[in-house]
Design a protein around this ligand. Sequence first.
Ligand SMILES: N[C@@H](CCC(=O)N[C@@H](CS)C(=O)NCC(=O)O)C(=O)O
Length: 263
Amino acid sequence: MNKLMGRRASLGALAGLAAAPLLASKASAKPATRMPQVTIYHLEGRRSERLVWLMEELGLPYDLKFKRGDLAGSMAMIREFSPVVPMAPTVKYGDQVLVESGAIIELILNRHAPGKLQPALDSRDYPDYLMWIHFAEGSLAARLFSDYRAWMAQPPKQRSRLVDSEAVVQFAEDFLGKHPWFGGSAFSGADIMMMFPLNAATGLNLVEVSQFPNIAAWKVKIEARPAYQRMLAKARPDGMIGNLPRLPQHAPSGQRQTPEPRN
Ligand SMILES: N[C@@H](CCC(=O)N[C@@H](CS)C(=O)NCC(=O)O)C(=O)O
């Protein structure tokens, strides 16, 4: 190590920052690391589909564990394997047990699929890609399911706008007005992360589907992907099961501007 690098590394260690760009650009140039055995614990139609879809896109091997047609049975399997935080996906990665679909996607792409399904670190697309990877769970799913739970816990008398849900879905709609994919110019892991919550948004009738034409067109492109179709055949062999109830129909557009009291 030369003097300058030594100084940069030690300052970096102190600040926790400065050496990072050097390490990151080296890491992205590395060839794929050998992948340990990957087992995906799955619930049909739920977030664990993301990982099945990812592996299908990449052509990487994986085992898939679930009880066909039996969400409670699949959940019991997950609970038996990982009682502390039983959730789908739970992934056995070598001898490590992992949850959080976004983190697992980043891990697989960065270690085992360099250069695939994510923009280059120094590209203009990369910040957007990373934002959507995290937005999918951190803001989108969080706000959608919080609106859904509030509605179910205390159903209002009349349909009103779900302002939080509309705002987060509108943000995605606007981005797709300017870019073909959530990773910018090419399909990426960000699209894999965004499909589940955007399907939930319209599937549960949290937002009015006709207000979001860019998202509808993006879903058509997603559904045409062979890897997405392979995922459906393997991970949802009988179609969607155990659907949550949809919210009631939206009021006609003129009336939607005035939120109704919740009770
Ligand atoms: N942020 C997590 C969310 C995982 C999650 O909540 N999964 C749901 C299925 S879509 C689940 O396990 N629900 C069953 C439960 O929480 O008991 C991720 O993205 O992996």
